[in-house]
Design a protein around this ligand. Structure first.
Ligand SMILES: [Zn+2]
Ligand SMILES: [Zn+2]
Length: 191
């Protein structure tokens, strides 16, 4: 009747769980295991859970006095670009989540999640947990040497003997302007 009535959840959505079996009896419990497609917005900077990738959910739903307590894990593949050498790299991410979905909207915490009838929606809970857990600075390996500042090549491929003989152009210009004051082997320590 009210114009502010929320849009109802779609029980067929993979991130919507049905709590009807719990019967709102405190202490009753249900396990949910399912594989869902990763949404497209689990991404931040160089790292993402590829859209459509398999996400393994393992959840426990437990009825308590005020609502349904949701506890569980989501396990998903990660794809990233190495922050040092920019090569594609992969990893896995497992996040733990827990939240209470209230039967009624709490006046103390109007933002807290609530049930829609018997249904609850994991979308926001999972997204927040995944985005918080994404590594900010992914690397292909802990000892990735990165890129050569001289030529931009991958130092891991170029080998330990790789170097550039050319002088820093600023030093080269100085040498031309004041040849008698310029040291024969300029080094950065003199700047
Ligand atoms: Zn790397
Ligand atoms: Zn180089």
């Amino acid at each position: 009747m009210s114009a502010r009535r929320p849009v109802h959840l779609d029980p067929r959505s993979p991130l919507v769980l049905d709590t009807r079996e719990l019967g709102r009896r405190p202490g009753s419990m249900r396990h949910v295991r399912r594989t869902v497609d990763a949404p497209a917005d689990w991404a931040l900077g160089l790292v993402r859970v590829p859209a459509g990738a398999d996400v393994e959910l393992d959840f426990r739903l437990e009825a308590v006095m005020e609502g349904v307590l949701v506890t569980g894990t989501a396990d998903a593949p990660l794809a990233a670009e190495c922050g040092r050498c920019l090569e594609p790299t992969t990893d896995r991410l497992t996040v733990d989540v827990q939240d209470l979905f209230g039967y009624e909207r709490s006046p103390d915490d109007p933002e807290a999640p609530i049930l829609d009838g018997d249904l609850l929606d994991l979308t926001g809970l999972l997204r927040d947990a995944v985005l918080l857990a994404l590594p900010l600075n992914p690397v292909c390996s802990d000892d990735c040497p990165g890129l050569c500042p001289g030529c931009g090549g991958k130092l891991a491929d170029l080998g330990p003997d790789h170097s550039h003989d050319t002088l820093d152009p600023r030093w080269a210009a100085l040498g031309t302007l004041a040849p008698d004051r310029s040291p024969s082997t300029p080094s950065m320590q003199e700047s």
